[in-house]
Design a protein around this ligand. Sequence first.
Ligand code: ISL
Ligand code: CA
Length: 542
Amino acid sequence: MEWWKERAFYQIYPRSFMDGNGDGIGDIKGIISKLDYLKWLGIGAVWLCPVYASPNADMGYDISDYEAIMEEFGSMEDFDLLLKEMHKRDIKLIMDLVVNHSSDEHRWFREARKRKDNPYRDFYIWREGKEGREPNNWSSFFTPSAWSYDETTGEWYLHLFSEKQPDLNWENPSLRKEIFAMINRWLDRGVDGFRMDVISLIAKDQTFPDAPGEGYQMDPTLFSFRLQMHQYLKEMRNTCFRGRDCMCVGETTFVNTTNAPLVVGDGTELDLLFQFDLMDIDGGISKWDLRDFDLARFKQIICRWQQAIPWNTLFWGNHDQPRAVSRFGDDTSFLLWNRSAKTLAAAMYLLKGTPFIYQGEEIGMTNYPFKSKDELRDVESLNLLKHATRDEKGKAWKGILAKGRDNARTPMQWNEENNAGFTTGTPWIAVNPNYMHINVEDEQSEEWSILSFYRQLLSLRASEKTILEGDFVLLLPEHPHIFAYERTTQDSRICVYCNLSGEEEKLELPEKGQILIKEAYEDGILQPWGCLITKQNAENSG
Ligand code: ISL
Ligand code: CA
């Protein structure tokens, strides 16, 4: 089995993981100091969020030099040491690859905006305005319009994210050549693969038509999953990845079960992809339209994806999402916080696929109780407030509390010391005040902790062939509160029952099953947010 199927991934958001030099900002030295912890937990690979040079308009997702390390994070020597120390512990490292756009401070863009005939002009997407306005009505993820006007040359450039993140022009073969060469240099350095940021958006409809509707609009068909995207990915595969023992996982924004098999189906494009159906489950047209979690819908999404592609990514969150236990579990009491975090983990990470655990999730870190705008750091939230009308402000703030990305970006909680042991200086973003009872050190020593449970779950997954390879079947499909499934091979059958509610539920033990893990299950009752994992071997099941 490929290593990227077998191993569990851990996502590190370096700015908030561990500060090694006391300046309040997480860094590479800090990460190195915590590798033994990751090994202890049972992690086999790390996805490292961007560590490249960046003015941090979007916290590293705006890269000004793809081949330099952000000074705040350390040096290239530090990076090489990190890689060496990871490999020494048999942990693989995949980097973030952000090539849909660069920073406006990248050398290419600084050249491009100088003159229309600059050799780098065509590395970006420039158009003339229409009657003094934008070339079309496209909106961006972070700003009302996806175009910004550039005084010097009198044209507009496209940015699907902030105005400091101009989109790269993938139609241009010279741009592709530069990108592929850069990827190859990282692979030659020894990295084991990439997580590709919004890689589904790299090809745009070259006629740049208006999106249907009034005002600024987003029509994903005009800039995602286009035919050329498949061509570029194949070209990248052939030029960079073929013949190397590495992997790539795409952040395939706007993927669905129909187009997914085209990207991960035959190994000519990507190995894995992130889909966002689950992350959208509590949103409306926009993520800020808050909606309740619906278990029936959850089951549908899981089943649909387990069937659609041979291998899924399994995750409850990332650096763009609020904290899983606050969002999908119950963080209102100590007991339910502890149980629901565990049960969410059991519900997700024994499915067929590769787990991606976001830093802090394994100790049950929660959303942050933001009180004012000054505590926010994220361009998405700040822009949301900036562009909200007076009437929209209340809804925007509610949205930020529930879904703002800074919730997941507060510092990792290591121990009970100052700033949760993250830094001896002043942290760049506030530490969650609950670190006195939610932290790694305390949880490492408690058998009943969320952390101990994650460790146990990962070790179970690694040791049970049935969990790695078995078929997936949904159990109790109509149950209103329990999410249950089985994984089966010829040898054994493993069943997972998760009570994703605050109600007590009756649950008879399947006959002759051996209990592998139980949490709040006693006398045929699955307590609120409890879970039960059983195993039957073929000999005694039949
Ligand atoms: O976070 C989002 C909105 O809440 C998502 O729409 C997000 O913008 C989208 O999934 C793309 O995310 C990636 O690219 C962005 C960056 O800000 C995110 O951090 C990154 O994960 C632009 O590079
Ligand atoms: Ca630091």
